[in-house]
Write a protein that binds this ligand. Sequence first.
Ligand SMILES: [Zn+2]
Length: 450
Amino acid sequence: MTRADVPAPGGVQAFRGTLLHFPREAAHGAYEAAAEYVDDGMLLVRDGRIEGCGAAADIAPTLGPGVRIVDLRGRWLVPGFIDTHVHSAQLDVIASSGEQLLNWLERYTFPAERRFADPGHAQEASEFFLRELLRNGTTTAVVFPTVHKASVEALFEAARRRRMRLVAGKILMDRNCPDFLRDTPADGDHDSRDLIERWHEHDRLHYAVTPRFAPTSSHEQMTLAGRLLDDYPRLYVQSHVAENRDEVRWAAQLFPWARSYLDVYDHYGLLRPRAVYAHCIHLDPADRDRFAASGAAMAFCPTSNLFLGSGLFDRDASRRAGAHVTFGSDVAGGTSFSLLRTMHEGYKVLQLAGQTMSAAEALYYATRGAARALLLDDRIGSFSPGCEADFVVLDPASTPLLARRWALAASWVERLFALMILGDDRAVAQTYIVGERAHDRDASAPDGGP
Ligand SMILES: [Zn+2]
């Protein structure tokens, strides 16, 4: 896909407000230094792309007479959030209680995913799902639909209409699952190829080869999944690894030849750049070193890990090894679409392990860090010139308590921390996709989107 393929509204727009983003990659431990914060800033957008940003006092006098200025003073503009692990077909089982991973899949998730065989249901749920992402300031996501081709078609079609950058693929699952969700190696391969031909790198869409997790794919299916990556350029891979101790034991029984659960994916060529693995909790040092060397991304999913009692992600060990760390909401194991809430719970998970995460670090993982991990940092994740103008307008007065704490904060670092701990979807005043407003919290339409 070329840059010219991105549809965008014409003309120049200038957005005035407080700007915060990462114009460069951040070294671990140096997140605040890598950030650019402009208290009274201006973001220039031309034809849906970032033209530049800086102090309003410098940019405003240079604007031509035809430029539309959107006054957002008192609010913060940050790049759109990137959720690297979320399930579009699990909306209806969010907040289902009482199980850990494997039973939770059987009891709640699989029956919910069954309904996506119906294209009408897939379409309705995909629309709701994308509205929910936008309501929470998420502009790009890496998404698991279901095993059904219709679930992927519906999601891509809905994202295409909203012009969202999205990564998704049909789940591959040919064993250890109910008959109603089981494909075969041949059908999974055929459907994947058809979807890749029709959707991969069309508009802002990317295809991900999507084995649910190693226990539900046979040797033959995993082999074919690896072959897809050889046959098409720039495909993504997404799966789950080392989420839950019972799951890790199960994987060891099913793949006795593998050194570890992660090694199963590596064996089939699925551990590589543009691969995203959710959870990555129960890994050993050799796994983390191999993970980092592969260029794959870890999706830290704290609300899910707490909700399902899966375990605590080790950020220090992962970053020390050099792995990319990103955030996943993992709805519906996760309990919120909000990446602010996800950052907040991530902070608490790391506190339990004696690890501290600054708000700047969390914002980096949710924006530029994720874009970098997905090899999309030339397109999304920051306000660098040429990037697509996906951004969020955050309202520090969204609740009385946040407004009160905000007023007492002495620096942007403190304010960002307050936003991370006290903010949620209510703090997302607007979400812009390629320079156009795609969600407006205060608009009369209840869903704020198409
Ligand atoms: Zn998941």
